[in-house]
Write a protein that binds this ligand. Structure first.
Ligand code: SAM
Length: 229
């Protein structure tokens, strides 16, 4: 048995690379993107009724995940990268079929485009389907997961004065919440959990078209040192 699917759209996202994308949606509410719908789904009929919906389930393709040998067990970064669990107990991008799912906020509906926030999607992610979040069925008060009971602890993020000024200028230019995006994403600690930060080393990532650089003055603290186009 095999099935093939065509994307119904793709996401233009603030995340230009995989590094520093939060490991789940909603961890960075300032992470914005636009879902461009492909014909014939770009017509108003296809989204009629979504005005009354606050959040969407997106089913998407991990198009930038390395393909190759299939493993039954994976090492989620969340568990420090050295504990193996079954692939079906994880949200790893390395799965039998490279399909992801995320609950995102629907901020607006424009001609053939859905405005989103709280995303964890790389720029260019192909979308297979969209479904409305249904609170009475999807928010389960008795749910538990001992491997991921609560959101990961956050690091403190502070700024050098020049970097903060650069970030303000970029926020004005892009008309995006650049400062919040950087703080929320870096607070998740993008580097692998098993890696002790070298206090002298600088790390970097691209959000939108800007390069963000930071270092770790202490293991649990990040200082942003540059935000440049
Ligand atoms: N919420 C989704 C899920 O549970 O299926 C994704 C979880 S996965 C652990 C999140 C990571 O997927 C992000 O940190 C990012 O590095 C990666 N990612 C996001 N979009 C991707 C894409 N299009 N291709 C490959 N990896 C992607």
């Amino acid at each position: 048995m095999s099935y093939s699917f065509e994307p119904i759209g793709l996401v233009h996202s603030c995340f230009a690379e995989k590094f520093a994308i939060p490991r789940q949606p909603q961890l960075a509410p300032a992470a914005r993107g636009v879902l461009e719908l492909f014909p014939p789904y770009d017509k108003p009929e296809a989204v009629a009724g979504l005005e009354g919906v606050s959040h969407l389930w997106l089913l998407f393709v991990f198009h930038a995940a390395a393909s190759g040998e299939q493993h039954l067990r994976v090492r989620p970064p969340r568990l420090g990268g050295n504990q193996r669990i079954g692939v079906f107990a994880s949200r790893s991008t390395h799965r039998p079929n490279p399909i992801g799912q995320s609950v995102v906020r629907l901020d607006g509906i424009e001609d053939g485009r859905l405005l989103l926030s709280g995303i964890d999607l790389l720029d260019g992610t192909p979308i297979l389907d969209i479904k409305p979040y249904v609170p009475y069925a999807d928010a389960l008060s008795d749910a538990s997961n001992t491997l991921a009971e609560a959101a990961p602890a956050q690091l403190v993020v502070d700024w050098s004065e020049p970097a903060l000024q650069q970030a303000r200028a970029q926020a004005l230019r892009l008309q995006q919440p650049v400062i919040e995006l950087i703080e929320q994403c870096l607070a998740q600690d993008p580097k692998p959990a098993y890696q002790r930060p070298d206090t002298n080393r600088e790390y970097g990532v691209r959000f939108w078209d800007i390069n963000v650089r930071w270092h770790y003055p202490q293991a649990d603290r990040i200082r942003v040192v540059a935000v440049e186009q």
